[in-house]
Design a protein around this ligand. Sequence first.
Ligand code: DQA
Length: 151
Amino acid sequence: MKKKKKNKVLIIHGPNLHLLGKRETGIYGKFTLKALEKILQVKAKELKLDYESFQSNSEGEIVDKITKNEYDFLIINPAAYTHTSVAIRDALLGVQKPAIEVHISNIYRREDFRRKSLVSDTVIGVISGLGKYSYLLALDAASFFLREKKN
Ligand code: DQA
C-alpha cells in the first residue's frame, strides 16, 4: 500500500535566535535553539507531522525559504524582522500558505517599536510571550488546522 504523505510543517527562526541560551536570558530564557529543536521534533512526531526547521540571520534567505513554498503550514518567528521587514511580509502574502507568528517574549509588553508587527495581519494568529511553549502551542494549532482542512 502506498504510504500517505505527511503534513509538512516548516518552522523558521529569524535573526539572533541561534544565540538562544546566551542572549538576554532574562527575556528569552536559558534554553538553546538546539534544545528547543529537540522538543519540537518530539512533539511533531507525536502529532504525526513532517517537520523541517530553518534558522537564518538573513532577510533574503528567509524570503527565499518562504517563497520556495515546500511546506503545508508555516510557523515563523521573524525575530527583529517582525518589526521591519516589508520583504518578509510580502513573501507571506505571496505564497498564501497558512501560517502562525510566534514570539518567545510578549512583544506587547516591551519597547514601543516591538509592539508593531508587519507580519501579524498576514497570518492565522499570533502566539507571543509564552517562551518555548509558544512554539509547542503553534505546532498543536498547525496539526489542528491541517486536520480540519481535510475534513
Ligand atoms: C522575538 C521578539 C523580537 O522583538 C526580537 O527582535 C527577537 C525575538 C521573540 O521571540 O520574542 O529577536 O521575536
